[in-house]
Design a protein around this ligand. Structure first.
Ligand code: KMH
Ligand code: ZN
Length: 274
């Protein structure tokens, strides 16, 4: 039985194909990545898609085809990003749920995002949450800072539990503008999580990736890794394939006596029907 959920976030919306040709931006590349990451130990995939020019898109037809292709090729839980890119309109981000993913990301507040702003006004957060309940999509609450932990308390108090009855959180740490990717910040955020939280994972952006992974394992948390969050294995050593990042945390988990969850086990963790 697995007890460590590894989510792979293979693409993101920030890195360009020109800067990183090995980034999986086409559907065949994404499916191949998903297969390899599942074989390496991932249980869930967090998906951003690109258009024919490798630019971020929320095109509904492409999103639906992507969900279908990933379900056909793998047993992974398919989570679509509702964060998109910092340039995506809020209305388009709500429509992501029309693609019928298993899960969706749901960020709990607005965050400075480098030189940009990742916009998540409170009415939008509530609309997206209520829509996820209506559509039977399990949200992953993405928390970029401690204030967003407090916002999660407010959301659950006002609107009740998510579809499926489980509360799964992902701490996204080390974004310039959010909480730092440190063990201290992780411990503070975990201590403040709502009591009804049933599982949580963490990811550290850039060079905070290992510090956050080790801190999460120490606190009994789950892990997210992938080229959305980090593009190097060490200084000057580029990631060539997302499965390298999955394999690395499988090894960290093995040292911590944790075993990767399959997609089916991840479904049970998140309250999704088999
Ligand atoms: N691309 C970021 C602006 C999410 O996927 O929900 C937002 C993001 C979070 O990646
Ligand atoms: Zn994302």
């Amino acid at each position: 039985m697995g007890d460590l959920l590894i989510t792979v976030a293979p693409t993101g919306a920030e890195t360009t194909k020109a800067d990183c040709p090995q980034l999986p931006t086409t559907l065949p590349e994404l499916v191949e990545t998903a297969r390899r990451c599942e074989a390496a130990g991932a249980g869930m995939i967090h998906v951003h898609i690109r258009d024919d020019d490798h630019r971020p898109t929320l095109d509904l037809g492409r999103l639906t085809d992507t969900v279908d292709a990933l379900h056909e090729a793998t047993g992974l839980v398919v989570q679509l990003s509702t964060g998109g890119s910092v340039h995506d309109p809020l209305a388009d981000r709500l429509k992501v749920l029309d693609a019928r993913p298993d899960s969706c990301s749901l960020t709990m507040g607005t965050t400075n995002f480098g030189d940009d702003v990742f916009l998540n006004p409170w009415p939008f957060v509530q609309d997206l949450y209520v829509l996820s309940q209506e559509r039977g999509v399990v949200p992953e609450f993405e928390l970029f800072d401690l204030g967003q932990v407090a916002a999660l308390h407010r959301l659950l108090d006002r609107h009740g539990l998510p579809y499926g009855g489980r509360v799964h959180v992902d701490l996204v740490m080390g974004v310039p503008g959010g909480m730092p990717g440190t063990a201290d910040a992780l411990v503070a955020a975990v201590a403040a999580l709502p009591e009804v939280t049933t599982s949580w994972s963490a990811t550290g952006i850039g060079r905070s990736t290992l510090a956050v992974a080790l801190a999460s394992l120490s606190k009994g948390g789950h892990l997210r890794v992938g080229m959305e969050d980090v593009l190097t294995l060490a200084r000057g050593v580029p990631v060539e394939h997302n499965d390298q990042l999955v394999t690395r945390v499988v090894e960290l988990g093995r040292i911590a006596q944790r075993t990767p969850m399959s997609g089916a086990e991840a479904r049970a963790l998140l309250g999704l029907a088999g």
